[in-house]
Design a protein around this ligand. Structure first.
Ligand SMILES: Nc1ncnc2c1ncn2[C@@H]1O[C@H](COP(=O)(O)OP(=O)(O)OP(=O)(O)O)[C@@H](O)[C@H]1O
Ligand SMILES: Nc1nc2c(ncn2[C@@H]2O[C@H](COP(=O)(O)O)[C@@H](O)[C@H]2O)c(=O)[nH]1
Length: 207
């Protein structure tokens, strides 16, 4: 049965970003939101992982205990949730509603399990995959980011291999962007979203 939990949500069509950990999703999304702050809003996920230096509770994630998150999931508060690299992650209904209430394009940054689960709902987003140029470059970016233990890094690289295979499946994503040169990737991203950006800008000027 399809999950109709998002039926009551309104506003512009959301955009789901996915792709291997380290591919550059956050880097691209932060640029996009900064340049178009009246157009896009970020769906702040919940996670049981610890905050990284510089991350802020309520802005980057809602950092919660596994017990609290599991209770909220059991209570039906999440659109989707997944276990990734030893931690729980999930998109709450409230996170998406908070963005849609402002008539902004809601951006979700989620893993491949999340993509599959969102496809079972009525959210109807556009699906964009951000891919690294190669596994070697991905590993270098993750190591240079200096945020992961060796164990977490290996789990992420393993998930990345699976992710990169699945993302080739026909129809999984509307747009695939290879993030090699950052400025080129950002230009391609803006081009892919141009129509949606213009729709929101037009709606805002005529309201
Ligand atoms: N085009 C690029 N060229 C070189 N380095 C990049 C590029 N894009 C991103 N990076 C760097 O690669 C690292 C990983 O990027 P980022 O954290 O944005 O990835 P992510 O896909 O959001 O990862 P996660 O899913 O783990 O949150 C960061 O240190 C970032 O500065
Ligand atoms: N299914 C979901 N995946 C999510 C969510 N929020 C983030 N993520 C994904 O988790 C990994 C790791 O993120 P990190 O911040 O620990 O590096 C990455 O692929 C994210 O896209 C979510 O709510 N649901």
């Amino acid at each position: 049965m399809r999950d109709s939990t998002s039926k009551a949500m309104a506003g512009p069509r959301p955009v789901v970003f996915s792709g291997p950990s380290g591919a550059g999703k956050s880097t691209l999304l932060k640029k996009l939101i900064k340049e178009h702050e009246n157009v896009f809003g970020f769906s702040v996920s919940h996670t049981t992982r610890n905050p990284r230096p510089g991350e802020e509770n309520g802005r980057d994630y809602h950092y919660v205990t596994r017990e609290a998150m599991q209770a909220a999931i059991n209570n039906g508060e999440f659109i989707e949730n997944a276990e990734f690299s030893g931690n729980l992650y999930g998109t709450s209904k409230a996170a998406v509603q908070a963005v849609q209430a402002k008539n902004l394009i809601c951006i979700l940054d989620i893993d491949m399990q999340g993509v599959k689960n969102i496809k079972k709902t009525d959210l109807n987003p556009m699906y964009i995959s951000i891919q690294p140029p190669s596994m070697e470059i991905l590993e270098k970016r993750l190591r240079d980011r200096n945020t992961e233990s060796e164990e977490s890094l290996q789990k992420r690289l393993h998930a990345a291999k699976v992710d990169m295979e699945l993302s080739k499946e026909h129809g999984m994503f509307d747009v695939v962007i290879v993030n090699d040169d950052l400025e080129d990737a950002y230009k391609n991203l803006k081009q892919a979203l141009l129509e949606e950006i213009n729709k929101v800008k037009k709606a805002k000027t005529s309201s």
